[in-house]
Design a protein around this ligand. Structure first.
Ligand code: PLP
Length: 423
């Protein structure tokens, strides 16, 4: 039971402190408590604690946030649509793929391609676009019209002697073959995280997205970039799209948008999509998608304050600097027999554990081992996120070197324990 937090640390109900290596669920980008955000929420609740954004209404906090997001977008965007979570943002983006092609007279162009181990949320459409077998099993999902291609995980899946570029070319060929087999006239959209987060903190291999984008362009397939983890400096640029030169038609973001302190997400849409919304609005009087808490003014006020803080602290420079320090500390573990791969970008990194460095096979009995690692982490005052054989690190963006030292000193003790247990 986590009772309170300060900086990158959280404290349980007995007062025991733990440093959280992944900002909770990759979201507490300014740590686990912030007076300034509390004040922003209080002020907004005192002035206008609720209003909706249905049928032509809006409020200053939502309008201001939308303007700021459009202005800071990695590619020219037209509008921002707000929801409460990353899952809902991706659901809206998927609905907009369907809507867009329908408006253009191609309602059959509705299949969505995601990637194995991609994660886009837990709602019916977003989990269908995700490629997480454990979250599909027993739910009757993925729904019809959702397809998946291989995840781009070079370390785990490249063939002997295959370069990153060659591996990317192989995956691009798989994507194109799937599109051709299904019929390009049936494929509406492709969704991807710049860096696979919950799938194992995996940055894309060299050349991957350039090839993928060429294919999407060739077959008129809309590109949804899921920036729910990568957005707001996590990759050492404001957007993962900037880091990897992605040109999304729609971009979803959440988590660090409000530093995890209020439930709010956004989908940025380009002119192409917005023009299609106007067509429907012309027919029924407004764009017929809404929810009670869309653009909630209190969450929007918190998000606006978060963006102010990011500007003041120069969050991109800070993430780059502390991120480089973190990557160097992670690299120091590469010599261990159980460490197969160390990878990362910006303030996001991963250590993948292996049972055999030569064959790159994951650490044996990984489920039991992941539990052991989490337990040893807690014993050493460190909350760790194990994704199969991978340990992911994404501390708050305002962490300093001391915080990062704390994480990696404690991690060293955990890895010593793992080595001892395997000896
Ligand atoms: N997209 C990505 C990349 C995520 O990592 C997550 C959550 O971890 C989501 C979407 C879903 O966001 P939420 O949990 O806010 O619904």
């Amino acid at each position: 039971m986590i009772d309170r937090g300060e900086g990158a640390w959280v404290y349980d109900e007995h007062g025991q402190g733990y440093i959280d290596a992944t900002s909770g669920l990759w979201c507490a980008s300014l740590g686990f408590s912030q007076e300034r955000l509390a004040r922003a929420a209080y002020d907004q609740m005192s002035r206008l604690g609720y209003y909706h954004t249905q049928a032509h209404y809006t409020h200053p906090m939502g309008a201001r946030l939308a303007e700021r997001l459009v202005e800071m977008a990695p590619v020219p965007m037209s509008k921002a649509l707000f929801q409460c979570s990353g899952s809902e943002a991706n659901d809206v983006a998927i609905k907009l793929v369907w809507h867009y092609h329908t408006i253009l007279g191609k309602p059959e162009k509705r299949k969505i391609i995601g990637r194995q181990m991609g994660y886009h949320g837990s709602t019916c459409a977003s989990i269908s676009a995700s490629g997480k077998p454990d979250m599909h099993r027993d739910f009757g999902v993925p729904l019809q019209d959702f397809l998946h291609v291989s995840m781009p995980h070079y370390y785990r899946f490249h063939e002997d002697g295959e370069s990153e570029e060659d591996y990317s070319a192989r995956l691009a060929e798989e994507l194109e073959n799937l599109i051709l087999a299904e019929g390009p006239e049936t494929i509406g959209g492709f969704i991807a995280e710049p860096v696979l987060g919950a799938g194992g903190a995996v940055p894309p291999p060299e050349g991957y997205f350039a090839r993928v984008q060429d294919i999407l362009h060739k077959y008129d397939i809309l590109f949804i970039v899921d920036e729910v983890i990568c957005g707001f400096a996590r990759t050492g640029e404001m957007w993962g799209s900037t880091t990897y030169d992605l040109k999304p038609d729609m971009l979803s973001c959440a988590k660090a948008l409000s530093a995890g302190m209020a439930p709010i997400s956004a989908v940025l849409v380009n002119d192409r999509i917005f023009d299609a919304l106007l067509v429907q609005a012309g027919r029924v009087g407004h764009f017929a998608h809404s929810a009670t808490y869309c653009a909630h003014p209190v969450a929007a006020a918190v998000a606006n304050e978060v963006l102010d803080i990011y500007e003041e602290m120069d969050v991109v420079a800070r993430a780059r600097e502390t991120g480089a320090y973190m990557q160097a500390l992670a690299e120091r573990e590469a010599g261990r027999a159980i460490v197969g791969d160390v990878r990362g970008v910006g303030m996001l990194c991963a250590i993948e554990l292996t049972g055999d460095k030569a064959t790159r096979t994951p650490l044996p009995e990984i489920d039991r081992m992941a539990e052991f690692i989490a337990e040893r982490g807690r014993a050493h005052g460190l909350l760790l996120r194990a994704i199969g054989p991978t340990l992911a690190f994404a501390p708050p963006l305002n962490s300093n070197r001391e915080d990062v030292d704390e994480i990696f000193t404690r991690l060293g003790r955990v890895l010593d324990d793992v080595e001892l247990a395997l000896a």
